[in-house]
Design a protein. Structure first.
Length: 118
């Protein structure tokens, strides 16, 4: 029964989705998500790098770290839209180097261009 040693990490995203507020094209918007470790052993997390086009407008810091036992860790998310459109990206979080236990959070953001109406 090795399951009792498995990390129990949850990500604070509603229904697996995290939505940024509207952000001006060229500006950056920041939010935090919480990684909670509810097991009695430390857990390592890692966000693998993705060079995809949607991945380029989203960033996460730190990309890796350790969540103490029965504790949490705040991770900074950055959204920097390059065009006035909706972006969607599956951010993968690997726990304890186990790709089978990876969790994916869908990041959603919309780039906006401010306009002045006269």
């Amino acid at each position: 029964a090795t399951e009792q040693f498995a990390a129990q990490v949850s990500i604070s995203a509603r229904n697996g989705t995290f939505e940024f507020p509207g952000c001006h094209v060229g500006d950056a918007c920041y939010q935090t998500i919480r990684l909670t470790n509810s097991s009695n052993l430390p857990a390592q997390f890692q966000f693998p790098t993705d060079s995809g086009s949607a991945g380029a407008v989203f960033d996460v810091k730190p990309r890796a770290g350790i969540i103490p036992a029965n504790d949490f860790y705040l991770v900074l998310l950055k959204f920097r839209p390059t065009a006035a459109r909706k972006y969607e990206y599956g951010l993968k979080c690997v726990i304890n180097h186990e790709p089978d236990m990876a969790q994916t959070v869908t990041l959603i953001g919309e780039g906006a261009i401010p306009t002045v109406k006269v």
